[in-house]
Design a protein around this ligand. Structure first.
Ligand code: BGC
Length: 290
């Protein structure tokens, strides 16, 4: 099964068709700079361009760098404020020429990593953190996603964490690896104190250079690893959300089926729901209330 994944970021918008059985791209991704200001119509125009560039007519999933509940975008820390409260799914569906699925960008990246990447088969509490224009977070408990967690906006030393520890902050304040790693380390210690994950997956484009900063972390009990798909995880996760009936999201459990931010969908069992049958295969029923 194939789907087109589109990842809307504060800096770039990326798309690629994805094979949902492997998570791999079927063609080279296309990247277009996010329009500035990143107003809804301008961003929708780029979505249209990306769909046209691949002459795509199958399912489409789109990520958004903010809270998404049932297709409505609730926050927009790094995009134009006109997104707040907007029925973004309708706008982007019109632009794409067909119904799209819309979810938070870090949630999408996390779903992809839990299925095909660094979190594959990992039980217990796993946190994915994406370090880019902002800081995104995706929290999993036994493979089930708790969507829209927004841990990038925790306050550290009186500032929004993403103002100190995102990739953008590193560039903006011209921090060297050591200085920036210290900020990220402090941020992760804070998050660890709140959530006690046993695995932290670091995503975003900068995760390609993880050897420059992950070895500098100290004092963390969690295992910290780079995302296997780096900045491509969001595209794969978007495509997975587009096709909730596909083998991949069913395996992820956490994926599109169980994501309340996408609205009710039918799982492979034909039952709309959020309970344990959507967990990773071989994993205990997480015991969520039915
Ligand atoms: C947003 C998150 C998003 C993250 C990464 C933050 O500013 O609030 O929703 O996941 O940036 O794009």
């Amino acid at each position: 099964m194939h789907a087109l994944g589109i990842d809307i970021g504060g800096t770039g918008m990326k798309a690629a068709p994805v094979d949902l059985d492997t998570g791999k791209f079927l063609a080279d991704r296309i990247k277009i700079a996010t329009p500035q200001p990143a107003a809804p119509d301008a961003v929708a125009g780029v979505v249209e361009k990306l769909v046209t560039a691949f002459s795509w007519s199958g399912p489409i999933g789109v990520t958004f760098p903010g809270v998404v509940i049932n297709g409505v975008t609730r926050t927009a820390a790094n995009l134009d404020k006109a997104w707040i409260g907007l029925d973004a799914r309708s706008l982007l569906s019109k632009a794409a020429g067909q119904e799209v699925r819309l979810l938070n960008d870090a949630d999408a990246a996390g779903i992809a990593e839990m299925t095909f990447g660094a979190g594959s088969g990992e039980p217990g509490t796993v946190l994915m953190v994406t370090l880019g224009t902002g800081i995104g977070s995706a929290l999993f408990v036994n493979g089930i996603l708790i969507p829209n967690t927004e841990f990038g906006h925790l306050e550290i030393r009186g500032k929004d964490a993403e103002q100190r520890a995102s990739e953008r902050a590193k560039n903006l304040h011209d921090m060297n690896w050591k200085q920036w790693a210290k900020n990220v380390n402090e941020y992760l210690e804070h998050v660890e104190a709140l959530l006690s994950p046993q695995l932290i997956i670091i995503g975003g484009g900068i995760s390609k250079q993880s050897d420059k900063f992950i070895p500098l972390f100290t004092g963390l009990k969690a295992k910290v690893v780079p995302a296997a798909m780096h900045n491509d995880a969001g595209i794969t996760g978007a495509a997975m959300a587009a096709h909730p009936g596909s083998a991949a999201p069913a395996r992820a459990g956490a994926g599109a089926n169980a994501n309340p931010s996408l609205g009710p969908t039918l799982g492979t069992s034909g039952v709309a729901g959020t309970h344990g049958d959507q967990g990773l295969p071989g994993f205990p029923n997480p015991g969520l209330p039915e």
